[in-house]
Design a protein around this ligand. Structure first.
Ligand SMILES: Nc1ncnc2c1ncn2[C@@H]1O[C@H](COP(=O)(O)OP(=O)(O)OP(=O)(O)O)[C@@H](O)[C@H]1O
Ligand SMILES: [Mg+2]
Length: 274
């Protein structure tokens, strides 16, 4: 698969002098399913804001479909890359939930029945249909997040980027969202999330990027999350399943399982042999 996003030697310093990105380079292939992890203040949100031109590089570059994102094409970039902000208060602002989710499709000048179809589908996807007429700012934090997510889904972007999508969602809502994102990805959408949830990253992502101090500390498959050195440096922890198997050295495993599915497969194989 060709790269859809290429970040090269990206630096970014905020106006108050805080250096948030310190030479980030990474490639994301079209159709990838990526989780970014790293401690508070690592630079994850700052990096994600560069992926659709909300922030523009001060040094280095971000290329989307081979084209460098700049002031002239940032609107184009925003139609291809849909970003759900970490704080839904930055994103949810219309007078009703329905209008909020319709905002993107209306701006894309879609036909009214297509707008209607997309808004209905997106509200259903996040289980918020019954709130369609409500004032967004009166919603709970998790509900606002759901509306922000619906707003991005309604634009049907080629790349969906979500900054901490599950933090304020209840467990059932988290599962529903991750299933939706998995299905979108199965249909070819590139999905990138930033999260602190190592268990979720291990079970959902196919590519993991660990960021610290505005740099990429490690990258690869989910097995990166079993690397004790990376975990220690990045303020993460081992996935719970890996912790269980690490307490069973007598099992003599070459690779500890990271997810429930891997653990079940392993245990089934062992019981079959006995
Ligand atoms: N608007 C801003 N003005 C000044 N400094 C900022 C601003 N936004 C973020 N920073 C600083 O930039 C650095 C990176 O912040 P960023 O929000 O990208 O981190 P993060 O990895 O997303 O953290 P978290 O896990 O807490 O969401 C931090 O030191 C932060 O204090
Ligand atoms: Mg953040």
């Amino acid at each position: 698969m060709a790269n859809i996003i290429e970040v090269e030697d990206l630096f970014f310093t905020y106006k108050d002098g805080t250096r948030a990105l310190n030479g980030i380079s990474l490639n994301i292939e079209e159709g990838a399913r990526v989780a970014m992890l790293g401690p508070n203040g690592a630079g994850k949100s700052t990096l994600l804001l560069h992926l659709n031109g909300i922030l523009l590089p001060q040094k280095g570059s971000v290329r989307l479909l081979g084209q460098e994102i700049n002031r002239r094409n940032e609107k184009w970039a925003r139609n291809i890359v849909g970003l759900v902000f970490q704080d839904p208060d930055d994103q949810v602002f219309s007078s009703t939930v329905w209008d909020d989710v319709a905002f993107g499709p209306v701006n894309m000048r879609l036909a009214p029945d297509e707008i209607e179809r997309r808004v209905e589908m997106s509200l259903a996807a996040v289980n918020m249909e019954e709130y369609r007429d409500k004032l967004p700012y009166r919603l709970s934090c998790g509900q606002k997040k759901r509306v922000a997510i619906a707003g991005v889904l309604a634009m049907n972007p080629r790349v969906v980027v979500l900054d901490e999508p599950v933090g304020s969602l209840d467990p059932a809502g988290q599962q529903i969202l991750m299933d939706i994102l998995g299905r979108l990805n199965d249909c070819g959408t590139t999905v990138i999330i930033a999260t602190h949830d190592v268990d979720l990253a291990a079970s959902w992502a196919r590519q993991v990027l660990v960021i610290k101090d505005g740099r990429i500390l490690a990258g690869g498959g989910p097995e990166v999350l079993a690397d004790e050195k990376v975990i220690g440096e990045a303020g993460l922890r081992l996935p719970l399943i890996a912790q269980v198997f690490n307490l069973l050295p007598e099992m003599n495993l070459d690779h500890v399982p990271l997810t429930v599915e891997e653990a079940v497969l392993l245990l089934k194989n062992i019981t079959r042999k006995e």
